[in-house]
Ligand binder design. Structure first.
Ligand SMILES: Cc1ncc(COP(=O)(O)O)c(C=O)c1O
Length: 401
């Protein structure tokens, strides 16, 4: 009887493999000293070297002394795990300080920290939806899986608007009664396409049509805004966004997710969201390291212009070699391949023949036909590494595999 289950699971996995969408994980040996140069193991456990071109550690905070030293200090002082949920002995001074730092960063009254931004999206959106019997979500068609999962869990109506289209969103809002609870959900910088949302226009619509606006700033925090507060800060519309979601795991280089909002909203989520309540809290050292990272990112305003200059240089080298990439206004540079098998083969060749690590991005992370090599650079990537990447891409893209 047991085999019925195992056969079914194997069949599903095999179908995935047959469709070319089975994920293989590259085993890395990450060095704080040499990053973005990494070592990795092949299938025979032989060690090779490559440059990582697909990390979200945009500002290299995960390997910075600021974060490492603070984490070490608090691990020595407090140990590693928190040993409890937030409600049952798992709230330390470092958790409170982190929530204060996040609220301050986003100019909101308060913040709540979760074990990841996925969890923060999922449990917050589900909880907001469930609380109103007749809530309607208005969701951008490109929203992340964590957002979709959260909305689905609430079992409320979901209306999808065209990607980044304020006009389409307006049409949908106009058709709904003013008094009906409505939650507009979008990202600010889209993780795979690198497109950017018109947050100001969305904030105006939210106000006019009596809706809550929830924005995922996961790929924007630390990278946009004078102090790294994200795209809402850059577009001057933070006050019009009711809930900002962010991560500590990308530009801030640690781990964890959060929401920042007014006190009434965070009090509500803190009291009703299962994904906040029923899980062990983050280690205190991680919280302290995150505070150090936020403070460093905030205080060093020149990091962002330097980083965006870096992105411009990379794109200059790509253009020079006629590499076809998505000319979006963000820091994420997808090179469109449009075919699963080719995308995997190109990535493999880049890794083993050129020492360039860029993970193939295939369905369901992107739509079919939009398979790409998503390039992300960090502050530590050098111009020589950028030029070598551009040369290598030209070599693999313009010759038969
Ligand atoms: C848009 C978006 N939201 C949320 C998440 C989840 O973030 P975390 O890694 O903190 O769980 C991701 C992760 O990559 C993301 O791309």
């Amino acid at each position: 009887m047991e085999s019925f289950y195992y056969d079914y699971f194997s069949e599903r996995t095999n179908t995935l493999k047959a469709g070319g969408n089975y994920r293989t994980f590259l085993t890395l040996q990450k060095s704080a000293t040499t990053f973005p140069v990494i070592e990795f193991l092949d299938t025979d456990e032989v060690v090779h070297t490559a440059v990582n071109w697909c990390s979200n550690d945009y500002m290299n905070m995960s390997v910075s002394d600021v974060v490492i030293c603070r984490a070490q200090e608090i691990i020595t002082e407090s140990g590693l795990g928190s040993g409890g949920t937030r409600n049952i002995s798992g709230t330390t001074l470092h958790h409170r300080q982190l929530e204060k730092a996040i609220a301050h960063l986003h100019h909101k009254e308060s913040a709540l920290v979760f074990n990841g931004a996925f969890l923060a999206n999922q449990t917050t959106l589900a909880t907001l939806g469930i609380t109103f019997d007749n809530a309607v979500f208005l969701s951008d068609e490109r929203n992340h899986a964590s957002i979709i999962t959260g909305m689905q869990a609430s079992k409320r109506t979901k209306l999808i608007f065209k990607h980044n289209s304020a006009d389409h969103l307006r049409q949908l809002l106009q058709a709904l009664p003013l008094e009906q609870p409505k939650i507009i959900v979008c990202e600010s910088v889209y993780s795979m396409t690198g497109s950017i949302a018109p947050l100001s226009a969305f904030a105006d619509l939210a106000q006019k049509y009596n809706a809550l606006l929830y924005v995922d700033e996961v790929h924007a925090v630390g990278v946009y805004g004078t102090q790294g507060e994200g795209l809402a800060g850059e577009q001057g519309c933070e006050a019009g966004i009711h809930v900002i979601n962010g991560t500590l795991a990308k530009a801030f280089g640690t781990l964890g997710g959060y929401i920042a909002a007014n006190h009434t909203i965070t009090e509500f989520v803190r009291s009703f969201a299962p994904g906040f309540i029923f899980t062990t809290s983050l280690p205190p050292a991680l919280c302290a390291a995150s505070v150090a990272s936020i403070e460093y990112i905030t205080a060093n305003e020149q990091l962002r212009p330097t980083y965006h200059h870096h992105v411009a240089r990379l794109r200059y080298f790509l253009r020079e070699r006629r590499i076809p990439f998505e000319e979006n206004p963000s820091h994420i540079t997808p090179v469109l391949i449009g075919d699963t098998e080719r995308c995997k083969a190109l990535s493999h060749k880049l890794l083993y023949q050129y020492g360039i690590y860029v993970q193939p991005i295939n369905y369901p992370t992107v739509r079919r036909g939009e398979e790409c090599l998503r390039l992300t650079l960090t502050l530590r990537h050098t111009e020589e590494q950028m030029q070598y990447l551009a040369d290598s891409l030209a070599a693999v893209l313009f010759t038969a595999l």
